[in-house]
Each structure stands twice: as structure tokens, then as C-alpha cells.
Design a protein around this ligand. Structure first.
Ligand code: MHF
Ligand code: KIV
Ligand code: MG
Length: 277
């Protein structure tokens, strides 16, 4: 600016930070929560700008970034590295970090590892498993570490599940998922994420809980949806799961594709029947 001019008024671009209370309010109002995996600062800035509310540093990074055949080789140090990068690029989204395989075998181990993820910039950690984790969820939440519980298809248990298969199809396993969900909510879980379960069960479990639920292949009635970033951009070379949709189709930029994902989740057009079990 040259001397004597009146400075143009600065329009404040203040997007309010996404918090646990704001996610609870979204669940209460029926506004769908949008979540994507994110592994670096540039994509964090882009996703945050496009209105993605939750960024997940998923242990899927072992597969999509590192070429492993499962999530089991992923370490705490790797999640710390990617969480710090995402946190630097992010302004207002909530940042959730996956606790990797073997890092939450006891409440004390979970706490020590979760502290590293929180200090790297996570606002919450995610752990895979049912009621056996209730004590761990309580231990972490009592110590100011919010927890997201991940149920249904839990990829870290792939060798017990016998593959990446739909869960909760029998009456018994559906009842087990409900008991697990209620136990984890009672233990203090702030969010519950369901992967690859029948849509009707996703609806029933969401109605049974007070906290928001996030689905990936869990039907349209969860409080929100998540997908792996590489899947929505069509860059993951592996076989596509049924719940995946390539949002680059018909778009000419990554910004447009991410915005199309956000809009489709918000208006309920994703997931469609073809993405559900
Ligand atoms: N790129 C990528 N996307 C993911 O969603 C993802 C990862 N990687 N890595 C970690 C886990 C593994 N996941 C997977 C992988 C494959 C299927 C899959 O192909 N499922 C079958 C279900 C078969 C059945 O039981 O009927 C499907 O047809 O969708 C599901 C989840 C989800 N996670
Ligand atoms: C697929 C999501 C839920 C996840 O856990 C991951 O990306 O690791
Ligand atoms: Mg994961």
C-alpha cells in the first residue's frame, strides 16, 4: 500500500474449531459429520478448507503410503510423524490419530503411547476392539485423552477375522456389537466408528447410543461417514471395497473432489445402496 490510503477492511475468515461438543450438536441436529483420512500437511490444509470436519491419521497409512499388505507393521513413531504433519497444515478440523497394532495392550501402555499422539497434535485417539477395551477407554478419558472406539471390521484383527469381511451379520454377532458399543460408551468413548456392517445394524447401533457414530460401509444412518483419502481420489491401486466411491469422477481438481465428498455426505447421497452391506 502507498501512503495515505485507507486500508481495505480485513474480512475475518474465522472458522470455528470442531470440538466434541460441536460433533454432539451435529448428531443432535441430524447434520452429517464428514471425516477423511489424512496423512500430510498439504492435504490437511486442503481438506480443512473444503469443510472436512474430522481428519483421521489412519494406520491405513501403512498400506496406502507405505505399501504394506496390512496395517500391522505400522508403528507409534510413524503415526506421530504423520499426525504432527497433519496438525501443522490443519486450522479447524478435529484431528484423530489411530493407535497402531500392539500399542494399547494394557491401559498403561495405551496411555504412554496416546500421550505421544496427543503431543504430536491429535485431539483424540482411536482404538480397535470391543468391551475388553472398556478399562482402557476409562483409563485414557480419566487422563484427558478423548477416545474413538472402532468396531465391526477391525483391520488390526485381520488374522483372527480371516480377511476383510463384513461383520455383524448373525444375530449373535450383532448383539455382541451392541453390547460392546454400550460398554465403550459407558466407559467414556466420545465417538464410535463402525466398519463394514449391515446398514440396518448401523442404524440400530446409532439409535442405541448417545454419542455420534461414524460409518465406513455401515450404512447411511450413522451420524457421519469416513473414507480413506486415496480411495476417494482413485489413487489406491488395490482392490476396492464395496463402500468406496471415487469422487474424482467428473471432477477436474482434488479440491472439487473433496468438496463433492463433503457435499454428498452432507446431503445424504453418499453412501448409496451400492456402497452398503
Ligand atoms: N485403501 C484402503 N482403504 C480402506 O478402506 C482400508 C485400507 N486401505 N486399509 C486398512 C483397511 C482395510 N480395509 C478393507 C479392505 C478391504 C475390504 C473389502 O474388500 N471388503 C469386502 C467385503 C467382503 C464380504 O465380507 O462380503 C467388500 O466387498 O467390500 C474392506 C475393508 C479398510 N481399510
Ligand atoms: C478406515 C479408517 C476408519 C481407519 O481406521 C484407517 O484409515 O486406518
Ligand atoms: Mg485404522
Amino acid at each position: 500500500m502507498t501512503g495515505g490510503e485507507t486500508p481495505a477492511p480485513v474480512k475475518p475468515v474465522m472458522t470455528k474449531a470442531v470440538t466434541i461438543p460441536s460433533l454432539n450438536a451435529m448428531r443432535a441436529s441430524g447434520a452429517k459429520i464428514t471425516m477423511l483420512t489424512c496423512y500430510d500437511a498439504s492435504f490437511a490444509t486442503l481438506m480443512d478448507r473444503c469443510g472436512v470436519e474430522v481428519l483421521l491419521i489412519g494406520d491405513s497409512l501403512g498400506m496406502v503410503c507405505n505399501g504394506h499388505h496390512s496395517t500391522l507393521p505400522v508403528t507409534v513413531a510413524e503415526i506421530v510423524y504423520h499426525t504432527a504433519a497433519v496438525a501443522r497444515g490443519n486450522k479447524s478440523a478435529m484431528v484423530i490419530a489411530d493407535m497402531p497394532f500392539g500399542s494399547y495392550g494394557t491401559p498403561e501402555a495405551a496411555f504412554n503411547n496416546a500421550v505421544q499422539l496427543m503431543q504430536a497434535g491429535a485431539h483424540m485417539v482411536k482404538i480397535e476392539g470391543g468391551a475388553w477395551l472398556a478399562e482402557t477407554v476409562r483409563f485414557l478419558t480419566d487422563r484427558a485423552i478423548p477416545v474413538c472406539a472402532h468396531l465391526g471390521l477391525t483391520p488390526q484383527s485381520v488374522h483372527q477375522l480371516g480377511g476383510y469381511k463384513v461383520q455383524g451379520k448373525s444375530i449373535e454377532s450383532a448383539a455382541q456389537l451392541k453390547a460392546d458399543s454400550l460398554a465403550l460408551e459407558a466407559a467414556g468413548a466420545a465417538l464410535v466408528l463402525y466398519e463394514a456392517i449391515p446398514s440396518a445394524l448401523g442404524k440400530e447401533l446409532t439409535e442405541a447410543l448417545k454419542v455420534p457414530t461414524i460409518g465406513i460401509g455401515a450404512g447411511p444412518d450413522c451420524s457421519g461417514q469416513v473414507l480413506v483419502m486415496h480411495d476417494i481420489l482413485g489413487v489406491f491401486p488395490g482392490r476396492k471395497a464395496r463402500f468406496v466411491k471415487n469422487f474424482m469422477d467428473g471432477q477436474t481438481s482434488i479440491d472439487a473432489a473433496v468438496s463433492a465428498y463433503v457435499n454428498a455426505v452432507k446431503d445424504g447421497s453418499f453412501p448409496a445402496l451400492e456402497h452398503c452391506f
